[in-house]
Ligand binder design. Sequence first.
Ligand code: 2HG
Ligand code: ZN
Length: 460
Amino acid sequence: MSVDRLLDALRAGVGHANVLVDPDTRAPYEVDWTGRYRGTALAVVRPASTAEAATVLRACAAAGVAVVPQGGNTSLVGGSVPRGGEIVLSTRRLATIAPVEHTDAELIAGAGVTLEQVHDRARSLGWDMGVDLASRQSATIGGMVATNAGGQHVLRYGPMQHQVIGVEAVLADGAVVGRVPALHKDNTGYHWDAILSGSEGTLAVVTRVHLALVPALPERVVALCGVDDLDAALRVAGALRRDVDTLLALEVVFVDGLELVRAYAELPEPFPTPCTAYLVVECGGRIGSTERMVDALAAVLGARPEVRASAVASDAAGCARLRAYRELHTEAIAAEGIPHKLDVTLPFDRLAEFDREVRARIAAVSPTARTFVFGHAGDGNLHVNVLGPAADDSSIDDLVLGLAASMGGSISAEHGIGVAKRDALTLSRTATDIEAMRAVKRALDPRGILNPGVIFPPAP
Ligand code: 2HG
Ligand code: ZN
């Protein structure tokens, strides 16, 4: 099929206005959030229903043209932008949120519904969504399932996969699989939500998701606590995990990142004397639980010799002010340049050693590089952001991922593999694992149409 015939078939499927070929209208879909990954698409196609998405995939399969599924385009590993010549299938018009009969503890969200829209709807029903991310205004539910997104509340509720009751998705040949609404217990063979979780658009395009909500915890308490190093932060975190049963998040930042955020957002110095590392702790509870949460936090923080200074807030504005020291890291770093973003997990007992070692090794090979480390202390997940090296220089990425793997860690805790880490996949998965994953890919997408180049290096 010629390109013109493909574009005609796509226009017939989704309407003329939803096939974007003009370079200016395509442009925002062709570059990732960090500016590090970009490519030219043949067109951007915006289906508004599962049936339209199936038509798009059937037409692309017939033409042998690759498809890059894209939701909110918040991937940090280059997994949602074209490499060159593909059709970008934007899920943004799959934007319906529907209730589930007989319960308000669940929702059915189109793939293009944003996380913030799910939060708002869930909260209006007296419930909440178990996943939260700084990119909540843009990140979409379909992409979050496909990447098994994590975020700040994994400690309490697990990653995106744990919030999913069922999915509906379109395979590369246009066949629709899965079941929405789904049943809570349905052990009838392979689970599409599990198969597609972490598939990063390489196996199918998620179109609708049946989500489980969590009970709303309207009262929040946030603490910021300064310590001497990551070892100390982890010891305090361990005590909080043991003794505070309302924990939602246990995050860590360091003084250099905190200073960057302070300059970026004009925030005050949190304590009279700066500390080397800071824990940001969030608790959530039902109405009437604030005092109990404050007391529980104060009891642990007051008893730990590692704590040099602490501040606790229980009003919304105060909580937001303390959270901002952590949450604004990504934005503040992006304002300085295009970062190399590495997202690793380490065994808890190697985290502090990794932090020391990674900074020293980066400084040794790239003395002008600026390294920022922050992350989800409760999950053993550190984000290493490096400013300085050219966007196409992968030596720092290789160094960080190699170090994490050599210390028993994973090269991706929550951001996925995308194109950024595909050459490092062998550091975290065995050759047998990778061949089995490739076999699944071949079975579901024999012509390799869906997101080629993501997760696996292109065939030589
Ligand atoms: C976070 O935890 C996100 O804030 C982004 O996963 C991390 O910018 C990053 O590297
Ligand atoms: Zn994160």
